[in-house]
Design a protein around this ligand. Structure first.
Ligand code: AMP
Length: 598
């Protein structure tokens, strides 16, 4: 085989000629990482030389790294707000990109409580598809025989809106699944799904999940891999099965589709797929009615070789639950991507989650790295950041990712902290450390400290009539429930014991907190059902002092001790729970609609 690369020699030759081509591309890109990066920068700056943004910084058509680094500032989303607002309001001039902005991708990161809007251009779809096309060729090196069956993937689209200027605004995956790239993809034995496009593209999340599950059950012996984008999504599917297996088995037994499936194209497609199968219905009933759901994934889909879900970053909290339901199947984290740009892939996808490293593909964008030192801003005294090029990062060091994209983000701080673990050829490989400033995350929501503080402040207004205030608080992402939910621990100062806050008042506090949280959180609660009701756990007086004593006994400095606003260390959570006075859940749903508030 002509590939002759380090990667293909790891586990034998590529599975087919198409794979060989993809692996060759990975090799070429990673061997020549610096030259590819230089070319990408030149391309981006040439293509966009006449944009308002590059003209403002007097790049004057220069495309070299030195001019780029000396003239363009390193920015955040907030710095770009005015330009983004203009584009959203309908200004079609070449503000950031010479190519027309085709749509906005709504990031799960937020700004002032609303999703960030990432401008994108048509050709970015090709780049995203290119990265997707590399995933199976790598996987085929490690797991043979994936062409002999199918993948059961729970994939969904989410609601979309239009900006005042008429541009679509939707999540990147919704954009991808609705594109011709995805809908008319050629059949590939190595990448066959049990879910038909009609099910994936159904905007109603119940109907979409129901039919995807039904197809997965029908094809149960053919399923070789089970996946979702994030671990939380796969667990939601398991929960869905727990709640709906009875009706699903009726459909399987009779071959008649549940009347709740009302989408006409989906009904039409499902009637062709669904066949009466009483034997399978009996099996599903037998397995699902058992009290113990341990290993349910491999019981129902016995040929599953691995789970394809991201369990790095915030999703690592779901590993024990996934292991429980799958009997410890390998978990493959295949790629690292965002609305702004797709970054790279895992060249060793069957490794342990703790060992996952993503190799950044140098042809996706121009990458720079801001050295990250915890407790420092990353800026030197003259406030000019010292950024490092892709090939110059050092093993063991942590950096914040900074990107320059074809769509017109220049030296843009993504907010992800990465640690270099090694190199594949001359392209570095990164462990995803964390996203900056994220305290709590259950699904794609990301809540920071300031948002949590504001939510506590707003909620505690309901305590005024009880002459009560919140003395201290902390939080915890409880993923033992499906869907997971936010738990906020409160220590209260009740000034009048005869008039202490009622359960009703504390429930109102829960809902008030949810109302204050950002739109991604509220969408997860209302539309996606991916986050459960927020819970306030009131703890005994003095609990937070005990927390401090505990931290100091473990070496924290008494002068510098700060109450952690989020806890996930089991002994601390146990300590808090052992001091529980009462627990209260949000009684309703917060407000959410797809329209932006601003
Ligand atoms: P979004 O803005 O909604 O597109 O989310 C993109 C963000 O999700 C990235 O910047 C990361 O913080 C996170 N993310 C994406 N892929 C991974 C991954 N493989 N592991 C950990 N976090 C990831």
């Amino acid at each position: 085989m002509a590939v002759g690369s380090a990667i293909s020699s790891l586990l034998g030759p590529p599975a087919c000629e198409k794979d060989a081509k993809a692996l060759r591309l990975i090799e070429e890109m990673t061997r020549n990482a610096d030259a590819v990066q230089e070319r990408v920068l030149t391309d981006i700056l040439t293509q966009n030389s006449r944009t308002e943004y590059l003209s403002r910084f007097k790049l004057d058509g220069a495309t070299d790294r030195e001019s780029f680094e000396s003239k363009l500032p390193v920015i955040t989303y907030e710095d770009l707000q005015p330009e983004i607002q203009r584009i959203a309001n309908g200004d079609r001039s070449a503000i950031l990109s010479a190519h027309p902005i085709s749509e906005f991708l709504t990031s799960s990161g937020t700004s002032a409580g609303e999703r960030k809007l990432m401008p994108t251009i048509k050709e970015e779809l090709d780049r995203r598809q290119l990265l997707y096309s590399l995933l199976m060729p790598v996987m085929n090196l490690y797991v043979p025989g994936l062409d002999k069956g199918k993948g059961l993937y729970f994939l969904f689209i989410k609601s979309e809106t239009r900006t005042p200027g008429g541009l679509l605004a939707r999540p990147v995956l919704t954009s991808y699944y609705k594109s011709e790239h995805f809908k008319t993809r050629p059949y590939d034995h190595y990448n066959a799904y049990t879910s038909p496009n009609e099910a994936i593209l159904c905007p109603d999340s119940f109907q979409s999940m129901y039919t995807q599950m039904l197809c997965g059950l029908q094809d149960r012996h053919q399923v070789l891999r089970v996946g979702a984008v994030f671990a939380s999504g796969l667990l939601r599917a398991i929960r869905f099965l727990q709640l709906n297996w009875e009706q699903l088995s009726v459909d399987i037994e009779t071959g008649d589709l549940n009347r709740k499936i009302t989408d006409s194209s989906l009904r039409e497609c499902m009637t062709k797929i669904l066949k009466p199968n009483p034997e399978l219905a009996l099996f599903v009933r037998q397995e699902c009615s058992k009290e113990n759901w341990e290993g349910i994934i491999t019981r129902i889909w016995p040929n599953t070789k691995y789970l394809d879900v991201i369990v790095t970053g915030a999703m690592a909290q779901y590993i024990p639950t996934l292991d429980y339901y799958s009997g410890g199947l390998p978990k493959a984290c295949t790629m690292y991507a965002s609305s702004e740009c797709y970054f790279g892939l895992n060249l060793n996808p069957m490794c342990k989650p703790s060992e996952v490293s993503y190799t950044i593909m140098p042809n996706m964008a121009y990458f720079e790295f801001l050295p990250h030192e915890p407790n420092s801003s990353g800026f030197t005294l003259d406030s000019s950041p010292k950024l490092v090029d892709l090939v110059d990062v050092e093993v063991g060091k942590e950096y914040e990712l900074v990107i320059t994209t074809y769509a017109g983000l220049y030296r843009y701080r993504v907010g992800d902290i990465l640690r270099v673990t090694g190199f594949h050829n001359s392209a570095p490989q990164f462990h995803f450390v964390r996203r900056k400033n994220v305290l709590l995350s259950i699904d794609s929501d990301k809540t920071d400290e300031a948002e949590l503080q504001k939510a506590v402040e707003n909620a505690s207004r309901h305590l005024r009539e009880f002459n009560t205030s919140v003395v201290e608080y902390t939080s915890y992402a409880d993923t033992k429930t499906i869907p997971g939910h936010y738990v906020i621990y409160w220590e209260l100062l009740v000034k009048d014991a005869a008039n202490s806050p009622t359960d009703d008042a504390l429930k109102k506090c829960c809902l008030a907190m949810e109302e204050s949280l950002n739109s991604v959180y509220r969408q997860g609660r209302v539309a996606d059902n991916s986050i459960g009701p927020l819970e306030i756990r009131v703890v005994k007086n003095g609990t937070f002092e005990e927390l401090m004593d505990y931290a100091i006994s473990r070496g924290a400095s008494i002068n510098q001790y700060k109450v952690p606003r989020c806890v996930n260390f089991t002994p601390i959570v146990e300590l808090l729970d052992s001091r529980l006075v009462s627990a209260h859940f949000s009684p309703g749903l917060p407000h959410w609609n797809p329209e932006r508030r601003r």
